[in-house]
Design a protein around this ligand. Structure first.
Ligand SMILES: [Zn+2]
Ligand SMILES: [Zn+2]
Length: 759
């Protein structure tokens, strides 16, 4: 730590916890972390400068840009490019990419700075209460890849962070303490330096340089600087307000306090915060005892303290939760019972519960609008999505109210059954009926809500989501199959060498057979005259399932792909891209592909949407889809570097999930749709033929399924319908245009007769 030494810093060991730290203070004996130290900046900020939230970012951004960093735009809060996570939980996640199952880093610039809005849902009960916990916060990411030539490493990083604090924020070097630690992540580790001012951790620089291997560890080919700093805290330290929420949500709280006319005694809150700052709901064993001791110190009763504190805390939580929802919906995820949507519904209902409990007249959308206004310099895109956010919040609020009405009945039943309302019951009520424990508590005040309730519920869902894995074929040692179906898309016959036969499974050196992948089902055909019934890709090997095999390993065989089936699959696949784009256009930007399957009979597309489709919506989607068909637009296919594609088209391309390779295949219908896709498509939209939607259904909360077909299949489908109509006409002995009247008449007649019979 040459830089720190040059500035006169001394390394010491904390007398309480044993951690190493660097300080200019000769007399300091403990590290600045809790519980060794406490906050000393509340009501007593260490600098004369005052920067509000957005200003703080502008100052930090300018400093790093002046020092050779590129400032890049925030990434979405929904981490579509990195499937192990639903949400962007840290700035470094922006640059995680998967490659053959490993995590690699892809930086769009080096070095760079990013104001990354992050979502985390592991601390929901603490949000609003501790003064520093959020579900939605900005991690200022200072990142650099160092290969000995480009970027920079430890010394430069610490020097920059030190200068940011002293030169930009005007903090005295004596106030800054660096704490050394070790950081271990997924598959890699390194040392880290956290920096503190008056007990508040402002940033944490992680220096990743070692890979964890089965035999120990080894040096990485390049080193990565991952410095994350909470923007909330930078603004907070300059004001020293009782909580960080006071300054982060300052313009919003001002309006809300007025609207709900809650009393805010700043001095009382400051004293409360000083005692409660260390309160972490997960760590405190008995919340009641903790609250009692704080009340005693403040010289008030627990009831009095709660009365003065809780409404303000509810406002803080509402501010945070609406901000998380604003970003999540803007970035294309909606509350539901599916995946990450689950977390969004939890916070949405928590916010609504506060409003209900306190009897306030607050609309969540109004608060979202205030966020968009406050953050318009940083995130101008929020404003454009307010109408959509309003639509979603409206539906969800109505659902919440309907649930609430059910609660009374449910509680009545529980009381009648004299059932004890334990944790299991609460979880069941939440999961099956959407009833929050807060709502139950309103009717049954004696019910105890576990402090980690929502974490527990979420955990169950994660466990549920795990998939079964099929026993794999032993193909690791077989040479990768050469895939011919991309280059020779118009060909249907080929000769190949048989590399391996395992039971019914045949592996060739090359193949034109498209295996089931990306939702497109496999081709069929023949190998040496034997029927191919299934084709799968396992790793880089294509496995053909063949009936009554009449050849052996080493043979050269003649293979034929069923042309008609392939053509229908191409039509259905291309139709799926078109329908997906039309759904997004007609319904809203939250529409994402949730799943898809293209078979020769029909295609199905599952999309994220909050309710069943209305008839006029289905009609509109179908109409728009056929317009695109009739325009006969080109369907362009090209491969390009993943980073370039993301830059050019955004993360919308990952409709079918992220692509785990450096180059990706892009399928573009200009002006309509761009996706990363490995499937086979028509050359022009006209080849798809007429598209007809057969059926739509809400298959689960937040997911709607559309079934449709095109080309020949669509004609067959309509012919069948026509035949039914003709048959009905014959039975009723009327012409087609009179059939509706005839049925009405018949129905009325039947009703009359039934009445007569009943009499
Ligand atoms: Zn310590
Ligand atoms: Zn496709």
């Amino acid at each position: 730590m040459e830089f720190l030494v040059s500035q006169g810093f001394k390394r010491k060991i904390c007398e309480k916890c044993g951690k190493g730290f660097w300080t200019l203070d000769e007399n300091r004996r403990v590290c600045p972390d809790q519980p060794c130290s406490y906050y000393e900046f509340l009501g007593n900020p260490p600098t004369k400068k005052k920067f509000n939230y957005v200003e703080s970012w502008k100052k930090i951004e300018k400093f790093f840009v002046d020092h050779g960093h590129e400032s890049i735009k925030r990434y979405p809060v929904v981490a579509r490019w990195y499937p192990p996570l639903f949400f962007t939980a840290a700035s470094i996640v922006d640059f995680y990419r998967l490659e053959d199952g490993n995590v690699i880093f892809e930086f769009p610039a080096n070095p760079l700075i990013v104001p990354q809005f992050c979502l985390r849902f592991n601390d929901v009960p603490n949000v609003g209460k501790t003064g520093k916990h959020y579900t939605c916060f900005v991690m200022v990411g200072q990142h650099s890849i160092y290969d000995g030539e480009h970027g920079y490493w430890k010394e430069r990083c610490i020097e920059l962070d030190f200068k940011l604090l002293t030169e930009v924020f005007g903090i005295d070097p004596k106030e800054i303490i660096f704490v050394e630690d070790l950081w271990v992540g997924t598959g890699a580790f390194g040392s880290s330096m956290e920096y503190y001012v008056r007990g508040l951790e402002l940033g944490n620089a992680v220096f990743t340089e070692f890979l964890i291997t089965p035999s120990g560890f080894k040096q990485m080919p390049y080193k990565v600087i991952d410095m994350g700093a909470g923007l909330e805290r930078f603004s907070w330290i300059t004001y020293g307000t009782p909580t960080s929420y006071d300054i982060v949500f300052e313009p919003i709280l001002k309006k809300l306090k007025k609207r709900v006319s809650v009393e805010y005694d700043k001095d009382f809150f400051l004293s409360y915060s000083k005692f409660a700052g260390t309160l972490n709901i997960d760590e405190v064993k008995d919340m009641n005892i903790a609250l009692k001791s704080i009340a005693k110190k403040l010289n008030v009763s627990v009831e009095e303290m709660r009365k003065r504190v809780e409404p303000i805390q509810a406002l803080y939580a509402i501010c945070d939760h609406t901000r998380a929802l604003t970003f999540a919906i803007t970035d294309g995820m909606i509350p539901s019972n599916v995946g990450g949507g689950y977390n969004l519904r939890v916070i949405l209902r928590r916010a609504l519960s506060f409003i209900k409990t306190l009897g306030w007249d607050v609309k969540l959308i109004d608060v979202c609008e205030m966020h968009a206004k406050q953050l318009k310099q940083m995130c101008p895109e929020l404003k454009e999505h307010l109408d959509e956010i309003n639509e979603i919040l409206d539906v969800e609020t109505k659902r919440f109210k309907a649930t609430e009405e059910r609660v009374s009945r449910i509680v009545e039943r529980l009381v009648k059954e004299k059932k004890e309302v334990d944790e299991e019951t609460l979880i069941k009520l939440y999961d099956s009926e959407g009833v929050t424990p807060e709502l139950v508590k309103m009717k049954l005040p004696n019910v105890k809500i576990p402090t980690d309730f929502y974490a527990k519920v979420a955990e169950r869902h994660v466990k549920k989501a795990k998939k079964e894995v099929k026993e794999p074929l032993p193909v690791e040692k077989v040479k990768p199959t050469k895939l011919l179906f991309y280059e020779k898309e118009e060909e249907y016959e080929f000769d190949a060498k048989v590399l391996k036969i395992i039971g019914k499974n045949v592996i060739l050196d090359k193949t034109l057979f498209y295996p089931t992948m990306g939702g497109q089902v496999h081709d069929t055909g023949t190998i040496n005259g034997c029927r191919v019934t299934n084709v799968e890709k396992i790793g880089s090997v294509v496995v053909h399932e063949v009936e009554s095999i009449n050849f052996k390993e080493g043979d050269t065989v003649h293979c034929v792909v069923d042309k008609e089936r392939r053509l229908t699959l191409k039509r259905h696949h291309t139709a799926t891209h078109i329908i997906n784009a039309c759904c997004r256009k007609v319904l809203g930007s939250w529409v994402w592909q949730h799943g898809a399957e293209k078979t020769p009979e029909k295609a199905r597309l599952d999309i994220t949407h909050y309710e069943s489709l209305k008839d006029e919506e289905i009609e509109k989607i179908e109409e728009k889809a056929n317009e695109i068909v009739m325009k006969n637009l080109p369907v362009k296919v090209y491969t390009m570097p993943r980073s370039e594609a993301e830059k050019k088209y955004g993360f919308r391309i990952y409709q079918g999930g992220a692509t785990p390779s450096k180059t990706i295949r892009i399928v573009e219908i200009p002006g309509v749709d761009v996706e990363a896709c490995g499937g086979l498509h028509c050359k022009r939209t006209g080849e798809v033929g007429f598209i007809t939607i057969i059926k739509t259904k809400r298959i689960q909360d937040g997911v709607v399924r559309l079934e449709f077909c095109s080309g020949e299949r669509a004609i067959e489908y309509l012919k069948k319908k026509e035949a039914l109509l003709e048959e009905a006409c014959k039975l009723l002995k009327v012409k087609e245009d009179k059939i509706v009247d005839a049925i009405k008449e018949l129905f009325n007649e039947w009703k009359k007769l039934r009445k007569m019979v009943k009499r």
